[in-house]
Design a protein around this ligand. Structure first.
Ligand code: DAT
Ligand code: MG
Length: 136
């Protein structure tokens, strides 16, 4: 069974017209697209998605950011998909993200770091169910 993971091209990625660039990096790595949709997140879904951060001081900003304009949600598939995708995405703080990663090459602010990728197989399963409940 090939692994699947959830990726979000966050609102800043859509606003900056970087979706093609970002999707292209996953495709070039040979991760396969399974689902992809442009959508506007509502607050309840955003709060559920980032539930692990509910007590953090930046939670309000995070939810405001992720709901401010449409994002592109997608599921990609491949061996150890979540891990491979996280390596392509780079460190959470774009200023520390390695060159060659999406954040390392294209972002500079923590609050506008372009991409989300599930951080474990368990997170991937939960997040795929949240965003694409009809996916087999
Ligand atoms: P990641 O997106 O790399 O999985 P995370 O799950 O720890 O990182 O945090 C989710 C998002 O929250 C992250 O992409 C950017 C924001 N964030 C994390 N830590 C933050 C902080 N200390 N200050 C402001 N925003 C932060
Ligand atoms: Mg995370």
């Amino acid at each position: 069974m090939t692994d699947r993971t959830l990726i979000l091209c966050k609102p800043d990625a859509v606003e900056r017209q970087l979706v093609g660039e970002i999707v292209g990096r996953f495709e070039a790595k040979q991760l396969t697209l399974v689902a992809l949709e442009l959508r506007q997140l509502d607050t309840a879904t955003a709060e559920a998605h980032y539930g692990e951060h509910a007590e953090k001081p930046f939670f309000g900003e995070l939810v405001a950011f992720i709901t401010r304009s449409p994002l592109v949600a997608m599921v990609i598939e491949g061996p150890e998909a979540y891990k491979v995708a996280r390596n392509l995405i780079g460190a959470t703080n774009p200023r520390e993200a390695a060159p060659g990663t999406i954040r390392g090459d294209l972002a500079i602010e923590m609050g506008e770091n372009l991409v989300h990728g599930s951080d474990s197989p368990e997170s991937a399963a939960r997040e795929i169910e949240l965003f694409f409940p009809n996916l087999a």
